[in-house]
Design a protein around this ligand. Structure first.
Ligand code: GTP
Ligand code: MG
Length: 137
């Protein structure tokens, strides 16, 4: 697929990294086809992360993702899902490769700066969750 979905998470927004992260994303060849500054409700976060609802950290994850604004975006590039996961690095920034967005901007495994879809199917579901057709260019 040629699209993925991302969020700049509340920690990275709080720490003033929106601009630097968008610069890394566009420099890596991703085109922004949809973007908004928004805040997830508790229900939004519970729905978005439903796949993790049995995990011990689910409550913490929902608290974190709802505590402040995020940037949500749909990105376009060949091989978007896989290339974007490579650009952001491992879930835990301690394990993330040098130069990746999480290595540069994330604090820890919970507050890890950015989200990236893990499959073409989820990229479509997640993009549709945040954007209507006329918000995608
Ligand atoms: P996303 O791109 O956000 O989906 O991250 P990921 O695919 O690299 O990781 P995963 O889907 O397994 O986990 C989703 C999110 O849950 C992570 O990005 C973290 O924000 C959070 N998370 C993962 N592991 C832990 C943990 O051990 N503790 C806490 N508090 N949060 C975690
Ligand atoms: Mg994930």
């Amino acid at each position: 697929g040629n699209r993925t979905f991302t969020m700049i998470k509340p920690d990275a927004v709080e720490n003033g990294h929106i601009g630097a992260i968008l610069e890394k994303i566009t420099a890596a060849g991703f085109k922004i086809v949809a973007m908004k500054y928004t805040q997830l409700s508790k229900r939004d976060a519970e729905t978005f992360y439903a796949v993790h609802n049995e995990r011990p950290f689910f409550g913490e994850l929902v608290e974190f993702m709802t505590r402040g604004p995020i940037v949500a975006a749909i990105l376009e590039k060949d091989n978007a899902v896989e290339d974007f996961r490579a650009l952001i690095g491992a879930t835990n920034p301690a394990d993330a490769a040098e130069g990746t967005i999480r290595k540069l901007f994330a604090s820890n495994v919970a507050e890890n700066a950015v989200h990236g879809s893990d499959s073409d199917e989820n990229a479509k579901i997640e993009g549709d969750f945040h954007f209507s057709g006329r918000e995608v260019f």
